[in-house]
Write a new protein. Structure first.
Lengths: 437, 407
């Protein structure tokens, strides 16, 4: 009786379609979103919402969704031997308490992150677990004009993002372009920290090369105050971007950011919504002076960069040779450093083809200036080398040219100060780069 | 079976109440493909060939869904699993038809497969690891309706031993569970090895020692229901050489010798160079630092060395357990049950499976290779299309549907 009463047409239909029809329509809608435009997307993928050094960091992939439900996934990382590789498989938008993007047949690239195998020789990766990443994602949001799709890993809950790529971009070119940018801005060779600014507050940012920022208030103890933030680079709207996996909130004022846009004119990443929030590299003058004062050596070699007016002198130095013990010695490399007495030392190495070497040491008086360094009074340390040294006219010219004031600046970017550019203060066309060694 | 009938009955009762009280409610359009005259498969889909193959060969004749696009919702949530590769799914589908469905279709009653075929075979790409026990689950059978097969991405038709281990032994094993769930095995089977089952530590046991106790495999020693289907699956899938080897293993008796001193010399005297290692099988370390040696029971002299007869070791029986007789007893029970419940001759089934798997001569005898093993038929030139292997010919059964996509 109770059942009969409750089914007396009191309820109005809230929808035109049944629940099943609505789910099917939802599946079709998101299928069309993913195959719209070029069907190509960048996938910013995080296996786990953790700070594990492998499972928590981000991996960039480029995907091409075809209407035939075939998908091609391209990536270039340690799992592909650091070479670009594409793999194809099947995809589908299924309905499972909401629209779910499922890569439901094996893909040699994507499913590495979900495989239960020990895919890396690392004690933290166990058989039966693997990297524990998802291959099915709840579609939580579609951006304006289908430019982005936000995904949430169905099991692990990490938020990933799809960025629409233009038709003119191939999967490989996108991946390699971003990887090259990553290598430039978050290189393992970078000896310097970065800095996150929020108005007057400054935070030191370390370990960018790991794919995870270690952020702590500048001047505070890193170990006790740092927080870890995985990130990835991308290209969209004509710019390079840096995006954290999770939003970063400043405790002091509650402001937050997740994505920063790279401004090449200032060599900074800046929040598009609050220009006071930015990520920058250190001042190259300060960094160079700190490094050389702490005993670091800087190398100049044939592979350094030279201006058009400095190149001929370098070419002459390289071509120059002397003969000793019946073999020819040629220029190998040159180091600039500061010794314990405070003098600046230029160590120039010449080698023969038997591995023997001769090193000339030239001492300078020097001071650190507002913009770089000033060197003067070069003197050959070992006077017994004078007969040999006197034959090396190009080297002598270089030594003389170095006795002057030089402005220190970044070689490519302040985000990686392994290389410093020294430009003559009296001749802006005379410059060369030296690398921390 | 009784449990399933109750569930279905309950569902029907609710439907009756609904119809009576809401007779004026309109049905919304169905989202299911209900018109069998219309082919609902999408010809533009990359998977159309395999989708068509499984529809024509499994769904329509047997009401079985072969699911290769992994359904996470239908998988074991306790494990990290990944989908099967499309190409491997194709191979497993054609092999399932060739070595399983076609065999039963040929030998069993025409109502057998429609009635007893699982309704779902779900193929998964990765292994299903059980890290706590150091084992892998090769397959599962649930509710008499669904079989899940793992390791699809490891499918390699060139290694037939591994194919049997990962797939065909597993298929017949899981199918055996389904048949058992429909017509329970004789209860007398459960007491044959009463007291010897070890559900927790079977994986650490030694297969030779378990064989001597009457278990065809280590997994068989875990519990009676697994023992039952392992006998069935092993007999069907083992070639004659392998089955004979199992019985040879089962014919020995074993004894355990505790090594009271854990010195290197005492261990060496038993198993080291120069020792009488005539019957040694296994050497184990116990948790307390002691060692145990498992060795076959043989006639020995007073000093512990082997007492030879005509220069040969004399194997003895010690525990009164005849492993061979027990295995044969269990096999007879499986044989009689298949015959009485399903009218299936297990020996004919075995012969059909193996004739399809291994090369035979013109007289129908199995041919041995230079390694003394039977020859894998799947990777040999097909009888009807010599320029293709049998496996390629089987895969063509899927690929032929590509022609429909071009229309």
């Amino acid at each position: 009786m109770a059942l009969t009463t409750s089914c007396s047409n009191e309820e109005a239909d809230l929808f035109d379609q049944s629940a099943a029809e609505r789910l099917n329509a939802s599946s079709e809608k998101y299928t069309n979103v993913l195959t719209s435009g070029s069907g190509k997307w960048a996938l910013e993928y995080y296996p786990m919402p953790s700070t594990d050094k492998i499972k928590g960091k981000g991996y960039l992939m480029a995907v091409d969704f075809k209407k035939s439900h075939e998908v091609t996934v391209g990536m270039n990382n340690l799992f592909t031997g650091n070479k670009y590789r594409e793999a194809s498989s099947i995809w589908q938008v299924i309905t499972d308490n909401g629209p779910v993007l499922s890569f439901n047949t094996w893909n040699d690239n994507l499913h590495i992150f979900s495989s239960p195998e020990k895919v890396l020789k690392d004690d933290d990766i166990k058989v039966g677990e693997g990297l524990e990443g998802d291959y099915e994602f709840v579609i939580t949001e579609v951006g304006e004009n289908n430019s982005t799709v936000t995904l949430k890993g169905k099991k692990r809950g990490a938020y990933d993002r799809l960025l629409a790529l233009p038709d003119t971009t191939s999967l490989q070119s996108y991946v390699e372009m971003v990887n090259a940018f990553n290598e430039r801005m978050a290189s393992s060779t970078a000896p310097n920290s970065l800095y996150l600014l929020n108005q007057a507050d400054t935070f030191q940012v370390d370990s960018a090369a790991t794919g995870m920022f270690y952020i702590f208030p500048k001047g505070k103890d890193a170990v006790s105050t740092q927080t870890l933030h995985p990130f990835l680079f991308s290209v969209h709207e004509g710019s390079y971007w840096l995006r954290l996996r999770d939003e970063y909130k400043f405790k002091a004022d509650g402001k937050s950011f997740q994505e920063l846009r790279y401004d090449p004119s200032t060599d900074r990443f800046v929040s598009p919504t609050d220009p006071g929030i930015m990520l920058i590299g250190p001042d190259p003058v300060w960094f160079f002076q700190k490094q050389i004062s702490s005993g670091k050596r800087y190398l100049l070699s044939k592979s350094s960069a030279f201006s058009a007016s400095a190149q001929p002198l370098m070419d002459k130095m390289v071509a120059e040779r002397f003969t000793a013990k019946n073999t020819a010695f040629t220029f190998n490399s040159l180091y600039l450093s500061q010794d314990a007495s405070g003098k600046y030392l230029l160590s120039v190495t010449y080698r023969n083809n038997r591995g023997a070497s001769t090193v000339f040491k030239i001492e300078y008086d020097g001071t650190l200036t507002e913009k770089g360094i000033a060197l003067s009074n070069p003197v050959l340390s070992d006077s017994a080398q004078e007969p040999l040294y006197s034959r090396l006219t190009a080297l002598q010219a270089f030594v003389a040219k170095l006795a002057g004031e030089f402005v220190a600046s970044e070689s490519l970017t302040r985000f990686n100060l392994v290389s410093i550019k020294l430009t003559s203060a009296t001749d802006a066309d005379y410059w060369f780069t030296i690398s921390q060694n | 079976m009784k449990h399933i009938a109750t569930i279905f009955a309950t569902a029907l009762a609710f439907c009756s109440v609904a119809f009576t009280s809401c007779s004026d409610e309109e049905f919304t359009p169905s989202i299911f493909n209900t018109d069998s005259k219309i082919d609902y498969l999408d010809k533009t889909a990359a998977t159309f060939p395999l989708d068509t193959f499984v529809k024509v060969n499994f769904l329509e004749p047997y009401n079985m869904r072969y699911i290769y696009k992994m359904e996470d919702i239908g998988s074991d949530k306790q494990k990290n699993l990944v989908p099967a590769e499309y190409g491997k799914s194709v191979k497993l589908a054609v092999l399932s038809k060739y070595l399983w469905y076609d065999v039963y279709d040929k030998l069993a009653d025409k109502t057998f497969l429609p009635e007893y075929s699982p309704r779902i075979i779900h193929v998964i790409g990765s292994p299903a690891y059980n890290p706590s026990t150091g084992t892998e689950t090769l397959g599962t059978a649930e509710g008499g309706l669904k079989i899940t097969l793992y390791n699809t991405n490891r499918l390699n038709e060139y290694n037939i031993d591994r194919l049997n281990e990962l797939f065909f032994h597993t298929m017949h094993h899981e199918f055996g569970h389904i048949l058992d769930q429909n017509h329970q095995r004789p209860t007398g089977f459960n007491v044959i090895s009463n007291g010897l089952y070890d559900p927790n530590n079977w994986a650490q046991a030694f297969d030779s020692i378990n064989a001597s106790r009457g278990f065809v495999t280590n997994y068989a020693s875990s519990q009676p229901r697994e023992d039952w289907v392992e006998v069935m699956a092993s007999y069907i899938c083992d070639d004659s050489i392998r089955w004979a080897q199992r019985l040879v293993s089962a014919s020995y008796d074993w004894e355990e010798i505790k090594v009271s001193e854990t010195t290197e010399d005492s261990v060496k005297s038993l198993i080291g160079g120069g020792a009488h290692r005539d019957s040694v099988g296994y050497f184990r370390e116990l948790g307390n630092g002691d060692f145990v040696i498992d060795r076959k029971v043989i006639a020995r002299n007073a000093n512990g060395t082997a007492a030879l007869k005509d220069g040969k070791i004399q194997y003895l029986s010690k525990d009164g357990v005849d492993g061979v007789a027990i295995i044969n007893q269990k096999l007879d029970m499986v044989r009689n049950w298949l015959k009485s419940q399903f009218k299936i001759d297990i020996d004919a089934l075995r012969k059909e499976v193996q004739t399809r798997s291994y090369v035979t001569d013109t007289n129908g005898y199995f041919v041995k290779g230079s390694d003394g093993k039977l020859i894998n038929k799947l990777v040999r030139p097909s009888d009807t299309e010599p320029l293709k292997t049998l496996m390629e010919q089987l895969v063509d059964q899927v690929n032929k549907y590509k022609a429909l996509q071009a229309q």
